[in-house]
Design a binder for this molecule. Structure first.
Ligand SMILES: NC(=O)c1ccc[n+]([C@@H]2O[C@H](COP(=O)([O-])OP(=O)(O)OC[C@H]3O[C@@H](n4cnc5c(N)ncnc54)[C@H](O)[C@@H]3O)[C@@H](O)[C@H]2O)c1
Ligand SMILES: [Zn+2]
Length: 352
């Protein structure tokens, strides 16, 4: 049975997230395939596009290096050669790389056409396909060029997770734990109860349907309240301040999810240091992350000073102050500004 999560946006731009089996999801494609369309996938996700009945996808090499201006320009060119017009549709069948790239191409092609997200990685199902952030990378940094462009629909088939490498699944689970710990205590407890099953060799579709649905509900609620990240959408950056820094310093040998797990551990430790949460609560988060197979320590080779440098120059910060999303209890977070970096550095030291 299909489950539905609504994303209510201003100006009648509401859209639906549908979660369920491929054979039922395909019906949701019909209103879109009535127009001319282009499908984008990578070599690992072209099978998902085929399973959805989408013919002749543009197939790109997998990996972050695909997400650049050249690929976006190529997609616009291909769309034009295929005769796509302002009423056409882009289908993004893949992980966050394909979703961000095809979403960005759709945002700029003829000043914006519809995009339907068909996420195939867990990260894309619970995070990147929902919310309308699209981007490409430039040599100066990841996601530095992009646009807000909400999808017209998001179609999620948990069965696609069967072929997703386990390390990718575990990476996506870091964002799921984030939703629970930062925003929903019952969801966090649910994840604790099912920790063992989350990394089973073959992902249980029913369990993942539940997890994906709750994650999408949480993200949809936040996006609906703050589409352009001027307020509470920042809460979704929980774990991402230290996280981005260690991801970058590792030269991306740490996956995004692994970096976020380290980042959440650091943020919780910082919250303990500031007297905002108990050490026991921080420990609970670490235990769950560890049970899922996510790292909670900063690699010894990473100098704390370097981590702080990167945190301070993050594009979301004003004049050297570091804004952290810190827990104030289970399922509750707040933004806290740190002008003095000593405490932040002490946590980075403590975590190796
Ligand atoms: N737009 C947003 O709000 C947002 C949020 C978070 C992350 N992102 C972006 O998302 C990207 C990361 O997404 P990702 O982790 O999905 O990376 P990805 O798209 O590179 O996918 C990871 C790997 O899994 C493979 N894969 C995907 N689905 C598969 C399947 N069903 N079976 C087999 N293999 C499969 C891909 O080919 C790739 O090799 C980054 O570029 C990041 O910046 C965007
Ligand atoms: Zn993230």
């Amino acid at each position: 049975m299909l489950k539905n999560v609504k994303v209510p946006l201003s100006g009648g731009r509401n859209y639906d997230i549908w979660i369920g089996p491929v054979r039922e999801l395909k019906e949701k494609l019909v209103p879109f395939t009535a127009s001319t369309f282009i499908t984008v996938a990578d070599t690992n996700t072209a099978g998902a596009a085929a399973a959805m009945g989408l013919p002749e996808p543009v197939i790109l090499p997998p990996g972050e290096s695909t997400k650049d201006f050249a690929a976006a320009a190529m997609l616009c060119g291909e769309a034009a050669r295929r005769g796509l017009d302002r009423h056409s549709v882009f289908f993004a069948a893949g992980g966050g790389v394909i979703g961000d790239l095809a979403g960005f191409a759709a945002a700029i092609y003829m000043r914006g056409v519809r995009v339907v997200q068909i996420p195939t990685s867990l990260l894309a199902m619970v995070d990147s396909s929902v919310g309308g952030k699209t981007a490409v990378d430039i040599p100066e940094g990841k996601n530095l060029a992009g646009a807000f462009h909400q999808p017209s629909a998001v179609l999620i088939a948990p069965e696609f997770l069967q072929t997703l490498p386990i390390r990718e699944r575990i990476g996506g689970l870091a964002e799921v734990v984030k939703y629970g710990f930062a925003l929903d205590q019952d969801f966090f407890a649910f994840l604790e109860d099912h920790a063992g099953d989350l990394t089973a060799p073959s992902p249980d579709p029913e369990l993942f349907r539940t997890i994906i649905r709750r994650s999408c509900e949480i993200k949809a609620e936040i996006v609906a309240a703050d589409e352009h990240e001027s307020g509470i959408r920042k809460y979704l950056n929980y774990g991402h301040t230290y996280g981005h820094a260690v991801e970058l310093i590792s030269n991306f040998t740490l996956s995004h999810g692994e970096a976020v797990a380290i980042g959440m551990t650091a943020a919780a430790r910082l919250a303990v240091r500031c007297g905002r949460i108990s050490p026991q609560l921080a420990e609970r988060q670490e235990t769950l992350l560890r049970n899922i197979g996510l790292p909670c320590r900063i690699p010894k080779t990473m100098p704390s000073k370097r981590i702080l440098e990167i945190m301070a120059r993050d594009k979301k910060n004003e004049s050297g102050a570091v804004t952290m999303v810190l827990p104030s209890g289970l399922g509750r977070v707040e933004c806290v500004k740190f002008r003095d970096h000593a405490g932040l550095e002490a946590v980075a030291e403590e975590l190796r």
